[in-house]
Design a binder for this molecule. Structure first.
Ligand code: NI
Length: 174
């Protein structure tokens, strides 16, 4: 297992649309382990494969609180099959360090995916888990939380992140 480097906005690789996983091979299982380790090391509640430069449709989530046992959830080739209601949640993203913004999403989602053992599953989620599923699923399509911000916020965050990247050359491209 290995902690991988997380790409930061505006790295263009974050805009790549990820491709479906054909088969859960040992290499895919290794990638899932690396993603989990990278997410826990950050620490974060979710990570999509293209955030570490692997443009395949996989994300991992663990929404357990600090006082709860960890519960890793692996989503391979996820599909959100239904969305209901609305909620606003203050979101962060490992590709936008230091940025927290209120984002509006569906309050309930139903998602289908394959787990790390190649088993298909369906899950209904609400609250933080629903937010995380929608946030990570957006990553797989090259969509980022900044896209959901108002024009002014978008400009502020874009400027902040570009300044950060300029001050730390190579930080998002190691
Ligand atoms: Ni993110």
């Amino acid at each position: 297992m290995a902690v991988r480097t997380i790409l930061h906005y505006p790295d263009p690789r974050l805009r790549q649309k990820a491709v479906a996983v054909a088969e859960v091979t040992p290499a895919i299982k290794q990638l899932v382990e690396d993603m989990a380790e990278t997410m826990y090391a950050a620490p974060g509640v979710g990570l999509a494969a293209n955030q570490i430069g692997e443009a395949v449709r996989i994300f991992v989530i663990d929404t357990a609180g600090d006082d709860e046992p960890s519960k890793l959830r692996v989503f391979i080739n996820p599909q959100i099959v239904s969305k209901q209601g609305e909620l606003v949640w203050e979101e962060g993203c490992l590709s936008f360090p230091g940025v927290m913004e209120e984002i509006e999403r569906a309050a309930h989602v139903r998602v289908k995916a394959i787990d790390q053992h190649g088993q298909p599953f369906e899950l209904e989620a609400e609250g933080l888990l629903a937010v995380a599923i929608q946030h990570e699923n957006d990553h797989l399509d090259g969509a980022l939380m900044i896209d959901k911000m108002g024009a002014l916020k978008k400009r502020i965050v874009d400027r902040k992140m570009r300044r950060r990247a300029a001050e730390r050359p190579g930080a998002s491209a190691r």
